[in-house]
Write a protein that binds this ligand. Structure first.
Ligand code: HEC
Length: 203
């Protein structure tokens, strides 16, 4: 009986060892224990605005933000645009068109023969405060097939700053006087066309 117990104990021990070995083998095989496995899978793109979040709802109207906008800060933000845009009068087109006097000018108008995307051309009209705000928040939401591969500026005040800077460089729009806009009413008015614009199907 002693012998038999020993044999049983031995087999139990043996199968335990086998199980351990198999476990670590399969871990190796499937690379579950691979040390270089990244902590976060996938990659993030800087500056992406999440579709649910953003500043919808909470943001002040563009008029209110413009009234307290800072052109110097806007010029700083424009550094993010300079890899693709010049803004000097008669400046060359790069990956994007020259932006001198763009505020108030025709959307996707002929700027030195720049080849615009069909979706931006289809927008028509002239750039105003609200359309520039929507465009810079998310170029893709504004014109789905746009060639401007820029994620957008999530910070609502940063957009107002850079838009005021754009206007200071040959723009034709009249900045709202400080305190001119009534926050509540202007908010609703400014949000509505922006939302429509982003939902409008590309023609
Ligand atoms: C990666 C390059 C790139 C960056 C960065 C970029 N843009 Fe653009 N931008 C473009 C391209 C390309 C177009 C033309 C879009 C189209 O045809 O759909 C464009 C178009 C525009 C237009 C419309 C011009 C017109 O003639 O109607 C404005 C306004 C504009 N960009 C502003 C900005 C601002 C402001 C920034 C920085 C906050 C910026 N862009 C960053 C490439 C860029």
């Amino acid at each position: 009986m002693e012998d038999r117990n020993n044999t049983i104990a031995g087999w139990a021990l043996f199968s335990g060892i086998i199980a351990l070995g198999l476990g670590s083998l399969s871990a190796h095989y499937f690379l579950a224990d691979k040390p270089e496995r990244p902590e976060k899978m996938g990659y993030e793109i800087e500056g992406v605005v999440s579709s649910e979040g953003g500043d919808a709802g909470g943001a002040e109207s563009i008029e209110v933000r413009l009234a307290k906008a800072d052109v110097a800060k806007g010029e700083g933000t424009f550094k993010k645009c300079q890899s693709c845009h010049t803004i000097t009068p008669g400046g060359a087109n790069g990956i994007g068109p020259n932006l001198h006097g763009i505020a108030g000018d025709v959307v996707a108008g002929a700027r030195g023969g720049f080849a615009y995307s069909a979706d931006l051309k289809a927008k028509g009209g002239n750039w105003d405060w609200a359309t520039l705000d929507a465009w810079l928040k998310s170029p893709k939401a504004f014109a789905a097939g746009t060639k401007m591969t820029f994620a957008g500026l999530a910070d609502a005040q940063e957009r107002a700053n850079v838009i005021l800077y754009l206007n200071s460089q040959g723009g034709k729009l009249t900045p709202p006087a400080p305190g001119a806009a009534e926050p509540a009413a202007a908010d609703a008015a400014a949000e509505a066309p922006a939302a429509e614009a982003s939902e409008a199907p590309a023609q």
